[in-house]
Design a protein. Structure first.
Length: 405
């Protein structure tokens, strides 16, 4: 069933009515409205935007799209018509924004649109990789297999990204906690040490304590300025990152900064190979595969390299030759692609590249974790020493001294 919102006129009063109705299609919805004694003026499927949901809450998780792909693939493979399959999937979908999108897709497909064209109207939910594979599956009559490959590719991509995020979240949490503890010590504990010295004639605080007390007073008195500066900085940096120069700088930093540079390079190689293998296996032409893959990798430098490679391929060069010696690709990638091109097994070779680099990403994550942990311990030790010294040195300085006149 599809949820429609409609505007109708009450025949007896002439009053306009706005409401919702569930029906299988527009014609059924119109009949239900007429049965209520109303004359329908406008009927349309209810969209995610018409619910008034904010963008954050309209997000569709990868797991929801994987489930959608698998369920639709299974139903089509079982011989059910596409529209009926979509209806069954919509009924089983728990994610409300996705269910609303599927109802719109059903309406478009019933109107004669291809599934890929209907999905293309929802770019926030379905990216170019998804659309291209569905289109290729429809053209070749293997839509069920294309959807199954999509589900597998999405699962692999989500799994590897989850591991990378997990490796980076740990040090971030440790640093946040560390600075919170340091802030508490500087703002709450150190001022008590200063009070202890105030009534002692001739007593002088150590330099390190004076410096931290100065910082404490600045934070206490001008905290609102610091807060405002932080907010402005976050807004400016966030907007800058979305610009072309900002994205270029951040993407370049990801590929080069130690110790995460090698991790991101292997992640990009795995994503390129996995997406490429999925598209090639679905019958997507090589040039179109390069364009779509460049967009899916989410790195402007690699995307630019793939655009240049596509131009070279148009000129008659092999893909392996087009990306060879490119600093944005690890050399193993063109070498293995060359073997695949020579043997006529490019799809299988791309899958092997993806498998290899996915394992390498796992290993690199372990390496990064083993490096970050001792580095964090050293940083924690240095800050702890500074704080302890600032608190204890004044106390030890009082020992054995007579401050009586």
């Amino acid at each position: 069933m599809i949820l429609f919102e409609y505007t109708a006129r009450n025949a007896s009063t002439g009053e306009k009515v706005k409401a919702e109705v569930e029906a299988e299609n527009v014609q059924s919805a119109a009949q239900l409205i007429k049965n209520q004694g109303l004359s329908p003026l406008d009927i349309k499927p209810k969209t995610a935007s018409s619910l008034g949901l904010k963008k954050y809450f309209n997000r569709i998780k990868t797991s929801d799209k994987v489930l959608f792909s698998r369920q639709l693939s299974t139903l089509i493979n079982a011989g059910l018509p596409l529209v009926q399959s979509l209806r069954n999937v919509a009924e089983q979908t728990e994610n409300k924004p996705l269910r609303i999108i599927i109802t719109q897709v059903i309406s478009d497909v019933e109107g004669g649109a291809a599934l890929a064209a209907a999905l293309e109207k929802h770019p926030n939910a379905f990216n170019k990789v998804f659309i291209s594979m569905v289109a290729a599956g429809e053209a070749s009559g293997t839509l069920d297999k294309a959807l199954e490959r999509l589900a597998n590719q999405q699962e692999k991509d989500a799994e590897i990204l989850s591991k990378v995020r997990g490796a980076l979240i740990y040090p971030a949490v440790v640093l946040v906690v560390m600075f919170a503890v340091i802030g508490f010590m500087v703002v709450k504990v150190l001022p008590q040490v200063e009070i202890l010295y105030q009534d002692l004639p001739g007593a002088s605080l150590p330099l390190i304590t004076k410096l931290l007390l100065g910082l404490s007073k600045a934070i206490t008195r001008f905290w609102y300025i610091a807060f405002l500066v932080i907010i402005i900085a976050v807004v400016v940096v966030t907007r800058w990152i979305k610009t072309t120069s900002g994205r270029s700088f951040i993407d370049g930093l990801k590929m080069k900064i130690w110790p995460v540079g090698p991790l991101f390079m292997k992640l990009y190689m795995a994503r390129f190979a996995r997406t490429g293998a999925t598209l090639v296996s679905s019958g997507v032409p090589l040039l179109q595969m390069l364009e779509i893959t460049g967009d899916a990798i989410s790195n402007v430098h690699i995307e630019e390299s793939l655009k240049k490679a596509a131009e070279k391929v148009k000129g008659g060069k092999a893909l392996s030759e087009s990306i060879s010696n490119d600093p944005n690709f690890l050399q193993l990638v063109p070498n293995m692609i060359q073997i695949g091109e020579q043997s006529g097994a490019l799809e299988q070779m791309l899958e092997k590249i993806a498998d290899y680099y996915e394992k390498e990403v796992d290993e690199q994550i372990r390496n990064v974790s083993s490096i970050i942990e001792p580095v964090l311990m050293v940083i924690l030790g240095i800050f702890a020493f500074i704080i302890v010294a600032a608190v204890l040195l004044p106390i030890y300085g009082l020992a054995g001294k007579d401050f009586t006149q």
